[in-house]
Ligand binder design. Structure first.
Ligand code: B12
Length: 253
């Protein structure tokens, strides 16, 4: 496939996800495989095209709440994972000529190794810079301490999530050119602050606010993620009722 056909495909997928708060970014599987060690290598050829799917702050109101209002909550699977799976499935159905493999961020091999490292994908696709310990010169941490890395998005800061990848197994696009992600935290001091906030106090969410974000999670969304998964059922019911009341008010006015 040449680059103009790939641009059209990217546009069609984006249109499919229009107004849902999900966004896509193409990358070559080879770019990912060049970075990760062999335990994480994906089997496709170098030029095979994958798409990273991220959720932006508006996904909660634009895709998730409508999804839970339409669906019976089975209680078996996490409703947000079900919602993301629904949109992955929708893309597969809309593009039947392509052989598409989806991998969610939470999918693990039987030995508990993640099937794909979505932060590395974010970086190599140019979507969001992945700040790791190796990005800090002469880092101040004990060599034995594991410091987990974190992606910061140029528009959404830390207010987004990496939901997975769609691999178009029968598309190769040798002419796709790699873009560098935007380095929004260029100084050593800020990178140390970011990694310390993400590793030592991620529950207070301050790591998300080290850069300006054009949009952040709503209070409902914050409350949802701050609630333990086992306690979310009740919250979902009250969100559903709130939406029902709002739509009755709109109809009545
Ligand atoms: C397992 C996991 C956890 C574990 C362990 C964390 C860890 N990083 O080891 C636990 C349960 C502790 C955890 C907690 C949290 N997690 Co978590 N977690 C994951 C998960 C599923 C896999 C991460 C993993 O195992 N990586 C394996 C290690 C080896 O990978 P790595 O360190 O990146 O190393 C690779 C790179 O360095 C690469 N590489 C080498 N050289 C180079 C050079 C360059 C330039 C590049 C780009 C790459 C590269 O190769 C290495 C592998 O060979 C990911 C989702 C996913 N599928 O990726 C989410 C994920 C990392 N978690 C996330 C979050 C937000 C959290 C929490 C804040 C809780 C939450 N969900 O709100 C906390 C933070 C706690 C903390 N202190 O880190 C987000 C991070 C989002 C972001 N903006 O970056 C992710 C991406 C999930 C998502 N859907 O968005 N998590």
């Amino acid at each position: 496939m040449d680059i103009s056909e790939l641009s059209k495909l990217t546009e069609s997928i984006s249109i499919e996800l229009d107004c849902t708060g999900f966004e896509v970014k193409p990358f070559k599987i080879g770019w990912y495989n060049d970075k990760v060690d062999k335990r994480f290598i994906l089997p496709e050829t170098y030029d095979t095209i994958g798409y990273l799917i991220i959720s932006t702050p508006s996904m909660f109101e634009n895709a998730f709440l409508p999804f839970i209002c339409r669906q019976e909550c089975t209680g078996v699977k996490d409703p947000l994972d079900q919602c993301v799976a629904h949109y992955f499935q929708q893309i597969k159905q809309k593009f039947p000529d392509y052989d598409i493999d989806s991998i969610h961020d939470f999918e693990l091999h039987p030995n508990h190794r993640p099937k794909v490292l979505v932060q590395t994908v974010a970086h190599v696709s140019g979507s969001a810079y992945f700040y790791q310990r190796s990005d800090v010169s002469e880092d101040p941490w004990d060599t034995k301490k594991k410091m987990c890395g974190v992606c910061i998005h140029p528009q959404y800061g830390g207010w987004f999530a990496l939901r997975g990848v769609l691999i178009f197994k029968n598309i190769e696009c040798p002419s796709l050119i790699q873009e560098n992600p935007i380095d929004v935290i260029p100084t050593r001091e800020k990178r140390i602050e970011l990694l310390e906030k993400f590793n030592y106090c991620w529950q207070d969410w301050t790591y998300r606010d080290l850069t300006e974000a054009v949009e952040k999670y709503s209070d409902d969304q914050k409350q949802y993620f701050a609630t333990l998964p086992k306690d979310r059922k009740e919250l979902i019911l009250s969100l559903k009722n709130k939406i029902k009341l709002q739509s009755e008010e709109i109809r009545g006015s």
